[in-house]
Design a protein around this ligand. Structure first.
Ligand SMILES: Nc1ncnc2c1ncn2[C@@H]1O[C@H](COP(=O)(O)OP(=O)(O)OP(=O)(O)O)[C@@H](O)[C@H]1O
Length: 220
């Protein structure tokens, strides 16, 4: 088992009322699964992904990741855990504007304390694999939306995460680029990487092996 959520609730207080973002979520994910999270806008998909990625806290329930009780860990320990094992692909790319493509790719390796020469070689391999060698010295603002998304995906994968979390990973890509990303995910998954993607696309969901449907913060 890679991770397990037990009776997880998340809410915000608004005008003295609790507004639930996640309601009684129970979810077990085995290593090697490829899961699609679907549901209407506002149903809690991104919130669930952020909770799984430890970027968001929750108010009630338990979360175990690789047998670590995430809900009781101190912030620093939790950050080490996700930096070590999780790669994120965001809908809006979250690239660092002041860093070049090459430097953006290097960030997760710095987090993981990978040595300088190995970093250089991993960055070179990744630039090559994603066909973006020619872009290495450009800044994000000098790239098209699709190219930025590609760099975002490359950055998520460079440190060989155990789990990839992707929020609408093809949202800003044309259909050919989108298919390339999905094929890449499929290949990674075949190599044993666990993938959880949020998607509105039935077609993208067919790449996965299980669908989780959300409605008003609840699994249905
Ligand atoms: N910090 C917050 N405070 C108040 N409401 C929030 C907060 N974060 C999220 N919400 C609300 O919680 C609901 C779920 O949001 P979430 O972004 O998880 O939905 P989603 O299913 O990913 O939607 P979309 O498909 O539009 O991206 C939304 O109604 C959103 O407005």
């Amino acid at each position: 088992m890679l991770l397990q959520l037990k009776n997880v609730f998340k809410w915000v207080n608004s005008g003295g009322q609790r507004v639930f973002l996640l309601k009684d979520i129970n979810l077990t994910v085995e290593e090697g699964e490829f899961i699609s999270v679907m549901g209407p806008s506002g149903s809690g998909k991104s919130t669930l992904l952020n909770v799984i990625g430890m970027l968001d806290s929750f108010d009630e329930g338990e979360y175990r990741f690789l047998d670590e009780p995430v809900h009781t860990l101190k912030e620093k320990h939790r950050a080490n855990l996700y930096k070590q094992y999780i790669g994120f692909v965001f809908q809006s790319y979250h690239l660092l504007d002041d860093l070049t493509v090459q430097e953006n790719l290097e960030m997760p390796l710095l987090y993981k304390k990978v040595g300088s020469s190995e970093r250089k070689s991993l960055v070179a391999d990744t630039l090559d694999r994603f066909n973006i060698v020619g872009k290495k010295d450009l800044f994000p603002a000098q790239l098209s939306g699709g190219q930025q998304q590609l760099v975002g995906v490359a950055r998520a994968l460079i440190s060989s995460p155990k789990l990839v979390l992707a929020d609408e990973p093809t949202g800003n890509l044309n259909s050919k680029q989108g298919e390339e990303i999905m094929e890449l995910f499929k290949q990674l998954n075949n190599e044993g990487v666990t993938i959880i993607q949020v998607t509105h696309s039935e077609k993208n969901a067919t790449y996965g092996s299980r669908i989780i449907n959300l409605l008003d913060g609840r699994k249905i």
